[in-house]
Design a protein around this ligand. Structure first.
Ligand code: ADP
Ligand code: ZN
Length: 713
């Protein structure tokens, strides 16, 4: 059995060996047993049911909660030459009849559908008359009422056990906690399922958490090392999402936004572009994520603190599904803590619920202030023991220095107490530094014993100290008042001098945009080396072209990991190409030659480069960048940018509004100038003198191209 499975793995999927427990899972299901699979994102769950589906006779039925997920998998399977289809509401009645006929004739191997579809009596009747290879229930945690992805339709899937007693069922999820696991078993009647529990570590993700100083600048520094990588930037509020996306575009980073306040079509459009185009940054609230299967998300940046480690793990986990290096980066500061505590305070729910949420937030804060390995701490929270520090997080790489903060912490707490437990950090720091401010004088705080006792330290150090005191629960925030600090019960031993306090030693804030410890660098911030860039881009361009021809996302043609292996192993023949991981028989047949040609210095190099620039230029323009910004980004002249823009407009790949940022009346004036005469549009040279010094000549070419394409329609 395993031998056959190996053959399918190599021939169809192009992979050499199973990962983790895949082999055992496949053996179990292929031989007719049930399985419960808990595996982290990117662990390779799909193969666990796709391979047995190919090994067993009959139709494999796959339940999935989202159309987007289904479409993605179906497209991927079709590219591999596997007959897969999805049955969903976007199909017309006729298409559905067609599909049913194909299924009856045994022409479909894998059928994807939503749970509510599957449990319709007609559907069940239909399936009962067929040979069924297996049922796979993806995202099985949707059956849990405690989780945030609960789908009532999933509850009905339990009946499959009785209705199809001889068909093996496999349930899969990336949600690890015990409670969810038990719920899956009972509700889906999987008591006889063998359980396959993997480690939830995501070894390819590099974790870094930095103190928030100038968050936008810090983000830019982080992004600067990751140009042309796709990634997600999470913000807490819709407003901040919009502002951050606009800011990034201004700075030359192609960014889109996503939050629940955007119209549904804009959201759908942005999501689609993020999946289909390369190198886009999605700035989003947590509304963005579920069902994002894009494998080559190279970074996830948090501009605000998530409210629990569960959320942090899930959000950062959207990076690096393909197993290649990815970065989880977060900037966090006192303001985050205040904001989340405030939200918690104002949230609905009983006291017990709030206490649970408070504990979750505390665990998140503890990770931020962690002085040991971040990964060990993160996994420990999920009850997983990691014996050694990981060597792949900021704390492991940089080494965290601690310092004895006992004395200054007592001074800080004393400042809170002496000023009456009602002031915010700004004023408290002024008091400690002995500053002569109006507020100090008004309240007579210059007379306090703590006034000026902290002059030996800088303002930055004091602020960081207060943040850590709050994060560790030694000081509380008065949320009913104005966010002033007060003492908490747990600080007594410290005040009495009974315990000492060790805190993270933080680097001084950076002047300029260096990328040192407080910055962003991870050992893996660059996937390819400088000398490999050209060929890497050529491979990606070919992939993009093929993806467009086949109307699928680029990663469906080949994942980055496969392109990277081509780049590194430099196959020189079709036989060698077949050895590359991810190149199965079908893809070898379809694409092998083309990629070989690129690797062996194909003659098309030059035109391809232009095509590449054009594609990127269109993305940038759509993302709202001006021609000048695009020129900066692509490092070419503005004149060239205008020429390419005009071309794209002429081919209706871009609208005039997307390409140019011209006041409306001026735009009208330019258009009128072209339309004044009779018949043919006048050449740009005729119109140019009217606008000399007012608009760049390139603008005229763009407008003319737009008018021209309108006439041709
Ligand atoms: P999950 O559903 O668990 O998040 P996927 O099934 O999408 O993960 O797999 C993640 C990536 O890993 C995909 O690109 C997949 O093709 C690849 N992959 C899975 N199993 C293997 C394997 N045995 N060898 C190489 N690549 C694999
Ligand atoms: Zn570590």
């Amino acid at each position: 059995m395993l031998e056959q499975a190996q053959r399918v793995l190599k021939d169809i999927f192009g992979y050499d060996s199973f990962r983790g427990r895949q082999g055992a899972i496949i053996e179990r299901v292929a031989s007719g047993g049930d399985a419960l699979v808990l595996m982290p994102t990117g662990g390779g769950k799909s193969l666990c049911f796709q391979v047995p589906a190919l090994l067993r006779p009959g139709l494999a039925v796959v339940v999935s909660p989202l159309i987007a997920l289904m479409d993605d998998q179906v497209a991927t399977l079709e590219e591999l030459g596997v007959a897969a289809a999805s049955l969903n509401s976007t199909l017309s009645a006729e298409q559905q009849r067609d599909l049913a006929a194909r299924i009856r004739r045994g022409e479909v191997k894998m059928l994807y559908l939503a749970p509510e579809r599957l449990v319709q009596p007609r559907m069940l009747d239909f399936l009962r008359n067929l040979d069924i290879a297996l049922f796979a229930i993806d995202e099985a945690h949707c059956v849990s009422q405690w989780g945030h992805d609960f789908r009532p339709e999933y509850l009905q899937l339990g009946q499959l056990a009785e209705q199809f007693p001889h068909v093996p069922r496999i349930a899969l999820t990336a949600t690890a906690d015990k409670r969810t696991r038990e719920e899956i078993v009972t509700r889906l009647h999987l008591q006889d399922a063998e359980r396959f529990l993997s480690s939830f570590d995501r070894p390819n993700i590099f974790y870094r958490i930095v103190p928030k100083e100038n968050p936008r600048k810090q983000l830019m520094t982080f992004l600067a090392e990751r140009r042309s990588d796709a990634g997600i930037v999470y913000c807490l509020s819709r407003k901040k999402v919009d502002e951050t996306a606009a800011f990034l575009c201004e700075q030359g980073f192609p960014a889109l936004s996503y939050h629940a306040g955007l119209p549904a079509d804009v959201r759908a459009q942005n999501q689609k572009r993020f999946l289909n185009e390369e190198g886009l940054i999605m700035v989003a609230t947590i509304a963005f994520g579920m069902g994002i299967d894009k494998p080559n998300v190279r970074f996830v940046a948090h501009m605000d603190l998530p409210k629990s480690l569960e959320a942090y793990y899930q959000e950062t986990g959207r990076g690096g599904r393909d197993g290649l290096p990815a970065d989880a980066w977060m900037a966090y500061g006192l303001q985050d803590v205040l904001m989340l505590k405030q939200m918690l305070q104002n949230s609905e729910g009983d006291e017990r619920h709030k206490r649970v949420e408070q504990h979750k937030l505390d665990a998140m804060l503890a990770l931020c202030e962690e002085t040991r390995c971040r990964r060990q701490a993160l996994l420990a929270y999920f009850d997983e023991d990691m014996p050694k520090p990981c060597g792949h997080c900021d704390n492991c790489i940089d080494g965290v220095q601690t310092w004895d903060a006992t004395e200054p912490a007592r001074q800080a707490l004393s400042a809170i107490f002496r000023t009456g437990q009602r002031y915010g950090v700004g004023h408290l720091v002024d008091v400690l530094l002995g500053k002569d401010t109006e507020k100090v004088r008004n309240f007579g705080h210059e007379k306090l014993s703590v006034f000026g006792v902290g002059k030996a330290r800088g303002e930055h150090e004091w602020r960081s100290l207060f943040r850590q005191l709050v994060a560790r629960g030694l000081a509380d925030v008065d949320l009913d008042g104005y966010g002033g600090l007060r003492l908490s019960d747990t600080c007594r031993p410290l005040l009495r001098g009974e315990v000492t306090l060790l805190l993270r030693l933080e680097p001084k804030p950076q002047k300029g945009a260096g990328t040192t410890r407080s910055g962003s660098g991870s050992p893996a911030s660059q996937l390819v080396r400088a000398e490999e860039r050209d060929q890497w881009e050529a491979l990606r361009t070919l992939r993009r072209k093929l993806a467009e021809e086949h109307s699928v996302p680029p990663y469906v043609i080949f994942p980055d990991s496969t392109l990277l292996e081509m780049l590194r192993s430099q196959p020189g023949s079709m036989a060698e190409m077949a050895q590359v991981s991810g190149v199965g028989a079908r893809k070898l047949d379809r694409y092998g030659e083309a990629f070989l040609a690129v690797l062996n210095g194909g003659a098309e190099e030059a035109p391809r480069a232009v095509a590449d620039i054009r594609h990127e230029l269109i993305s940038l323009a759509r993302a709202g960048m001006t021609p000048a910004q695009i020129a900066g980004q692509l490092q070419c002249s503005e004149k060239n940018v205008y020429t390419l823009l005009a071309e794209a407009i002429g081919q209706q790949q871009l609208s005039l509004e997307q390409a140019l940022d011209l006041p409306e009346d001026l735009m009208g004036e330019v258009q009128d100038a072209f339309l004044d005469g009779e018949g043919e549009l006048p050449p740009v040279t005729d119109v140019a003198p009217l606008f000399a010094g007012r608009v760049p000549e390139g603008v005229l070419y763009c407008v003319r191209a737009a008018l021209q394409s309108e006439f041709e329609m």
